[in-house]
Design a binder for this molecule. Structure first.
Ligand code: FMN
Length: 174
C-alpha cells in the first residue's frame, strides 16, 4: 500500500507539519510505504490555468501523487478553508488525484472552524471521484509543544486516523 503524506503549511513553525510527521510514523507502523511531500520544499508556482504553470512545478510531483493509493493532506486552516498552498497544489495536479483515498489532518487556531475542509473535500470527491475518509483530525494550539504533539488524546486520535486510513485504503485499492 502506497501512502503519500503532504505537509501543506508554508510556516517554518507549522503545527500541521507535526501532525504530518506523526501520521507518517503511524502509517509506516501499519505496514505501508509512505512518501512525504513538504510544500515548503517544493517548487510550486501559482496556478494560472495555463500549461506553463503546471510545467514549472517540481518534476515528479504528479507521479508521486499518481503512484499513491492514499493521500493524507495535513493542512493549516486559513479563513475557514485549507490554506491557499494546499488548494494551489490540487489546482496544479488535478486529475492525478483521481480515485485516491484522501484523508485530512488540520491545525487551526480555534475550535469553530472544524468543518473547513468540506469545500475542498467536496471538490476532490466530485471532480476526481476521490474517496474521502469520513474521519479527520482537527487540532488546536494547546495540543502541541514547540516541536511535537504533546497531547495524549491527540496522539490517540492520530493513531485511530492512521489505522482507518490504512483499513479503507486496503479495502478500496486491493
Ligand atoms: C491568514 C490566517 C488565517 C487563519 N484563519 C483561521 C481560521 O479561519 N480558523 C482558525 O481556526 N484558525 C485560523 N488561523 C490560525 C491557523 O489555523 C493556525 O495558526 C494553525 O496553526 C496554522 O497551521 P500551521 O501551524 O500548520 O501553519 C489562521 C491563521 C492565518 C495566518
Amino acid at each position: 500500500m502506497n501512502q503519500l503524506v503532504i505537509s501543506c503549511s508554508l510556516n517554518p513553525e507549522s503545527r500541521s507539519r507535526l501532525l504530518a510527521k506523526e501520521i507518517r510514523k503511524n502509517l509506516k507502523a501499519c505496514g505501508s510505504e509512505v512518501d512525504f511531500v513538504d510544500l515548503r520544499k517544493t517548487q510550486m508556482p501559482l496556478c494560472d490555468g495555463s500549461k506553463s504553470s503546471s510545467a514549472a512545478m517540481d518534476k515528479g510531483l504528479n507521479e508521486r501523487i499518481e503512484k499513491s493509493d492514499g493521500i493524507v493532506m495535513c493542512v493549516p486552516i486559513y479563513n475557514f478553508d485549507v490554506n491557499a498552498a494546499a488548494k494551489n497544489l490540487i489546482e496544479l495536479t488535478g486529475s492525478s488525484w483521481t480515485g485516491k483515498v484522501v484523508g485530512f489532518a488540520c491545525a487551526a487556531g480555534g475550535k469553530s472552524s472544524y468543518m473547513s475542509v468540506m469545500g475542498v473535500a467536496n471538490s476532490l470527491m466530485l471532480d476526481f471521484r476521490a474517496h474521502i475518509l469520513p474521519r479527520f483530525v482537527y487540532a488546536t494550539g494547546e495540543s502541541f509543544d514547540q516541536d511535537s504533539v504533546s497531547d495524549p488524546d491527540l496522539q490517540q486520535r492520530l493513531k485511530e486516523f492512521s489505522d482507518e486510513m490504512t483499513r479503507v485504503t486496503q479495502a478500496l485499492c486491493r
